[in-house]
Design a protein around this ligand. Structure first.
Ligand SMILES: [Zn+2]
Length: 242
């Protein structure tokens, strides 16, 4: 007999947990590689007890699901037939022999044309350069989109930098009028980039994360909390892994 328990995770997602009845004493929890969740319990353990057990393991369930997803969705694998993520989309990577080095994302695939198409390190460097240049261009466009919101307050346009940051999506040094974005933000969805840019821009007006700080953001981006959650849950492994 198979029972199903619906469990709402801390990130708001509702998942179905399959309950398997076995001749065992304890309750066991298992996440399968396809991220489905299974709980085993004895024939006599009642439903409420299992539900309670699951509720106490929400954090672990979320973390483990992320770990599984992580393996194939976040880590780029730059080689022929590999995958790479840009703006929240995963693309298959193709590597071709060419006289000219060039990287093209046609919206379906990422094609790396290379003079040294058999040299993996060379191809990775080629892709890293492409990733950096296209990311920076994209970030600049988003900065230009939101800068007018603070320009009104006579704030000069900040200098934008992009580099891999260890544990944050962006930073702002108001006195230097400098914003640094985590280069890996370019792997996340466009709305995430928009939020981080707006967040850092808002630091030019407000120091710290005060109520006024978030009120200002909310006026411009009413759904900012959902985007923060997305960064925390869906993309936190980008930060953890780099
Ligand atoms: Zn901040």
């Amino acid at each position: 007999m198979t029972e199903i328990i619906q469990l709402q995770l801390l990130n708001g997602k509702i998942i179905n947990v399959t309950v398997k009845r076995k001749k065992i004493r304890n309750i066991y929890l298992k996440i399968l590689p396809d991220t489905s969740v299974e709980v085993s319990a004895s024939l006599r353990t009642d439903f409420n007890e299992i539900s309670k057990f699951l509720a106490g393991h929400k954090k672990w369930i979320e973390k483990t699901i992320l770990k599984f997803k992580d393996n194939d969705t976040i880590a780029d694998n730059i080689c022929h037939g590999g995958v790479a993520a840009i703006l929240g989309t995963k693309y298959i990577v193709f590597v071709y022999k060419s006289n000219v080095d060039k990287v093209i994302n046609d919206g379906f695939t990422i094609c790396i044309y290379s003079k040294k198409y058999q040299d993996n390190d060379y191809i990775k460097k080629q892709y890293e350069k492409y990733f950096y240049e296209t990311a920076l261009k994209y970030f600049e466009i988003i900065l230009d989109k939101y800068y007018p919101e603070i320009q009104k307050y006579n704030i000069i346009k900040p200098v934008l930098k992009a580099k891999v940051l260890k544990s944050k999506w962006g930073s702002c040094v108001p006195k230097d009028k400098k914003i640094t974005l985590n280069l890996l933000l370019y792997k996340t969805r466009p709305e995430c980039i928009e939020y981080v840019v707006l967040h850092e821009l808002t630091h030019l007006l407000f120091i710290g994360h005060s109520k006024q700080f978030y009120d200002f953001i909310q006026k411009i981006m009413p759904n900012y909390k959902a985007i923060e959650k997305m960064l925390d849950y869906e993309y936190s492994n980008i930060l953890l892994n780099n």
